[in-house]
Design a protein around this ligand. Structure first.
Ligand code: CA
Length: 283
């Protein structure tokens, strides 16, 4: 796994406009409502932001918390710092402040996770708080880009629990950090290298808790992002759909796609010229 919160440099420039994205949320098969929320934002035609949030179970108005957090992150993105890491930290802090104030008026408080993917011409960055995750798919292999801010993740990291025990532990949903529950919020922000053909998945625990990483990778690696999110949600629901399910997918185009298109257009243009010459010669 890559080092979360580290300094992996965005060495490869991107063309965000050419990146294909899709995002969808689903209540699952057990819950009446949906406390997850997702959205995509765009700025200046060159910068894009995908966000997934999961209102915390056990908290009142988790659906409000996730929606307000995503919308606040989107608003801050529109007018924030030029530096991408500062931008994401400021956006998450703004979301935290707003949800925290709203939660102060509620006896049970409010909270939400959030994970965001920022796509700029200079590269890509991921920010997160809580246990909503980001994965990168590359040539069939999955790399997790986030470390859950959860009690079981901490126990596994300290060797006090195995990943298998964590996966079924009754406290596996207990978060150590979330938007809205404290008055200060350090979000984890990292640069992520994205190469042509790579795909990124943002998801709530309703997806990754239901499907193993190999299944996530298989579903993520085939077809366009809209098909991927539909397939992922269908698989989570077939596996039980015990929680709300959200998936957002970004696909970086393969190198050569535009070139193939250019070659096709040149061939068509040459054929038209030749047809014109043939007609002229025939007259
Ligand atoms: Ca959830």
């Amino acid at each position: 796994m890559d080092r979360a919160g580290g300094a992996e440099l965005p060495l490869v420039a991107l063309e965000p406009r050419r990146i294909v994205t899709a995002a969808r949320t689903d209540p699952g098969r057990v819950r009446d409502g949906n406390q997850d929320y997702c959205a995509e934002f765009e700025r200046g035609g060159t910068t894009r932001l995908l966000v997934v949030a999961d209102g915390m179970g056990g908290h009142a108005k988790g659906d409000v918390a996730s929606r307000v957090a995503v919308e606040t992150i989107g608003e801050a993105f529109q007018s924030g710092s030029a530096n991408p890491e500062d931008l994401l930290r400021e956006a998450f802090s703004a979301a935290n402040a707003r949800v925290h104030v709203m939660g102060a008026e509620d006896p049970l408080g409010m909270g939400t996770t959030a994970v965001a993917l920022l796509l700029q011409p200079e590269g890509a960055w991921v920010a997160h708080v809580g246990d909503s995750r980001a994965y990168r798919w590359r040539n069939g292999s999955m790399t997790r880009l986030t470390e859950d801010h959860s009690w079981v993740f901490q126990e596994v990291a300290h060797g006090r629990m195995t990943p298998a025990e964590a996966a079924t532990h009754p406290r596996r949903n207990a978060l150590l950090r979330s938007i809205g529950t404290e008055d200060d919020l350090p979000a984890d922000v990292r640069a992520v290298e994205l190469l042509p053909g790579d795909r990124v998945l943002l998801c709530s625990d309703g997806l990754w808790d239901e499907l193993d990483e190999a299944t996530l990778g298989d579903a993520l690696g085939a077809g366009e992002p809209a098909e991927c999110v539909g397939r992922l949600i269908e698989l989570a629901n077939r596996a039980g759909g015990h929680d709300n399910v959200t998936a957002a997918v970004a696909r970086v185009p393969e190198v050569g796609q535009p070139r193939r298109h250019r070659v096709a257009w040149i061939a068509i243009a040459m054929a038209m010229v030749l047809a014109g010459v043939a007609r002229w010669c025939g007259t």
